[in-house]
Design a binder for this molecule. Structure first.
Ligand SMILES: Nc1ncnc2c1ncn2[C@@H]1O[C@H](COP(=O)(O)OP(=O)(O)OP(=O)(O)O)[C@@H](O)[C@H]1O
Length: 265
């Protein structure tokens, strides 16, 4: 058996917790309602769902970028009212500063407000280590205009990792990349977050991405959006070779997505 029932985590295991969250851009209509979820320390959770079901909005609420109408978010046991310095975000666009080179952009997150102070040597080491880890050694002084989309996303990842986050929020970070670069970046993400001991909440609408990357998949759908299904992944990595297990899971997820469509039609 490769996909098992979800085991309950203890309070000490939990990095992020959302409880009974509701959010609407207007009072009359909720984007999502009654959403409860956890991300455990060092766990990669993929939030999967069709376009418009509220994944990005939920990520923003969990990251402290927007406030829920009701319910609560906590990170390492404390309420989240704004982005926490031990979390980092990456998005579909790398959003690099054009006047800074790779090193400047990778180090930029260390200057964010409320980021713990570090001395110059540690700062230099952290940046060099992150730039090296994302495969950009030798490109330290290249500027964003000279970077490919994949390289720019590597810098965004280095900028996040240099802050040594406990949790990385990633909103469709690879969806603008070509298929080969995307698959390289997915493998790199898994490798790096394991090395950095970082938990990840990754939003995606790509079933294959969720299957390749996740320790646990949460399927979101419905109107208002809610978590409709959860899969604990026990398929060893790399998962490209696990033909039958992966195909079976993909079919199961597709069926769940089709059910959602039938219900909302
Ligand atoms: N700033 C906003 N103001 C009003 N409505 C918004 C705003 N941002 C998103 N919405 C609406 O909220 C709903 C959920 O959007 P959201 O971007 O969270 O979905 P999603 O699942 O991430 O979609 P996608 O995969 O296409 O990015 C959509 O109906 C969207 O139109």
């Amino acid at each position: 058996m490769t996909v098992t029932d979800v085991k309950a985590a203890t309070q000490d295991d939990i990095a992020l917790e959302g409880r009974k969250l509701r959010f609407g851009y207007s009072d009359s209509k909720a984007v999502f309602d009654d959403v409860s979820l956890t991300v455990n320390k060092r766990e990669i959770v993929c939030l999967l769902g069709g376009s418009g079901c509220g994944k990005s909005t939920l990520l923003r609420v969990l990251a402290g970028l927007a406030q829920a109408n009701s319910g609560s978010v906590s990170f390492l046991g404390k309420p989240v009212l704004e982005p926490h310095p031990r979390t980092a975000l990456i998005f579909q666009q790398a959003s690099l500063l054009p006047w800074l080179d790779v090193v400047g952009n990778a180090g930029f997150g260390l200057d964010f407000a409320r980021q713990p102070e570090i001395d110059k040597t540690t700062r230099k080491q952290r940046i060099a280590q992150a730039v090296d880890a994302v495969g950009l050694r030798g490109h330290e002084h290249v500027f964003p205009a000279q970077l490919s989309g994949g390289m720019a996303q590597r810098v965004a990842l280095a900028r996040a990792l240099a802050r040594e986050p406990e949790l990385l929020f990633a909103d469709e970070p690879f969806s603008a990349l070509d298929a080969i670069t995307r698959s390289e970046m997915q493998a790199l993400l898994v490798d790096l977050v394991h090395r950095w001991h970082t938990a990840v909440l990754l939003v995606t609408h790509d079933i294959d991405e969720a299957i390749l990357v996740a320790d646990r998949i949460l399927l979101m759908g419905g109107q208002p959006g809610h978590i409709v299904h959860e899969w604990q992944m026990n398929i060893p990595r790399p998962r490209e070779d696990y033909g039958n297990d992966v195909s079976q899971l993909r079919l199961e997820i597709l069926a769940a997505l089709r059910d959602l469509r039938v219900i909302s039609d």
